[in-house]
Ligand binder design. Sequence first.
Ligand SMILES: *Cc1c(COP(=O)(O)O)cnc(C)c1O
Length: 466
Amino acid sequence: MRLENQLRLLPSIDRLTARLRCDHELQSLSNSHLTALVQEATENLRASFIEKNIKKGRPKLDAAEKIMDYLSEEVKWLHHLSFQQVVNGAGVVIHTNLGRSLLAKVAQDAAQDASAYYCNLEYDLRSGERGSRHTRISQTLTRLMRVPGAMVVNNNAAATFLALNALSSGKEAIISRGQLVEIGGSFRMPDVMQQSGAIMREVGATNKTRLSDYAEAINENTGVIIDVHTSNYRIQGFTGSVLLTELAKLAHDHNLPLIADLGSGALLDLSRYGLPKEPTVQESLGSGADAVMFSGDKLLGGPQAGIIIGDRDIIERMKKNPFTRMFRCDKMTLAALDATLDLYFDEEKAVREIPTLRLITRSQRQIQQSAHKTLRYLRRNISTDFRFERKDGFSEAGGGSLPTLKLPTSLIAVMSGRHTPHRLDAKLRQNRPPIIGRIHGNLYLLDQRTLLPGDEKIIAQALNRL
Ligand SMILES: *Cc1c(COP(=O)(O)O)cnc(C)c1O
């Protein structure tokens, strides 16, 4: 079909808006919001006609009515893609794409209060004068972890960047070749180091780095030695790395600071809960690192943040660095993090109330019991032709934490004579709220470990609607 004819078939904004005005999925939208979505969908289609980039699987758009139907669906998608709650049936506890950690109730409340009321964010209640937003959270951290210095920035990538900039700008930062990791997205250690102004000085080999490799690299222009936890992968076989204690001694013999990017940063010894040993933040400091950086929303189970703890003077140098202003956290984050950290004063309470810890430490038996409850609920409440089965399987911690760990779990297999697993998956992603499962072999699966109370109702409603 010729372009001008195709373009002539596009409906007017008003006609399409009028048609969608009555659609129940779009009822909550104001007129101007709906019009904006209609314009966007129409513009996208016009552009793809002109560029002739016809999306795969798109129906042949050669009649006005077909185009109208197509655009209606597109508008609904644009609306559906807005920020919203989803059901995590994927079984990855710290799922970066699904928002990582859920907040404990006290942390949710703290963030809500900070958003609804004025607060003493940068106000010193004792003197009645201007204060610093770093004061309270730093105090909580130094008290809890019994460390001399602490501070918090926006995320751990920023924390690592800040540490490198503050301690090693224009100077060499020594790092093992086995630790030049990519965390995901655009966080690659070599790039971060370069942007921070530190001169990367790689030592050793991918699989082996010795203490002497570090020692030989030290010169008068060395700024820092950095150790990066290889959170999201393991090198196995003929490997060797240097203990943090040895590295600390070497650094201190040369009057250099040793900093450690721990990534996930567990505050609790997870091996007490039957999980493999991850170095805790306290242990890394105990080994002699002068500053340790870790995420707030990975194993700690709080909001997105980057925490730096360690030597008081080094932390003070970082606090005075201009990047600290750019990387600062907002009040809701600080409130939620403070409330989360408070829970750690009582370890049992932390494991009970912090969702990330609770979900990771759930036993196979507990999950199996919940799975049976879910199955009973689904079988009782679903009128259509679905079948459900419990299967044994494995979940993951996620978020670059405990990368090789397989957590035994129960999976709910959803089977239907009418829907293939892929179709089921697509349909459930279209649900409100969307349900995210996974496909394994020829089965659509929901992992009970990451299902929250009430999710079974959402799943039942969604399946009934199909
Ligand atoms: C996750 C991770 C980071 C990035 O932390 P964010 O809080 O996501 O910015 C940096 N370093 C390591 C080793 C990590 O695992």
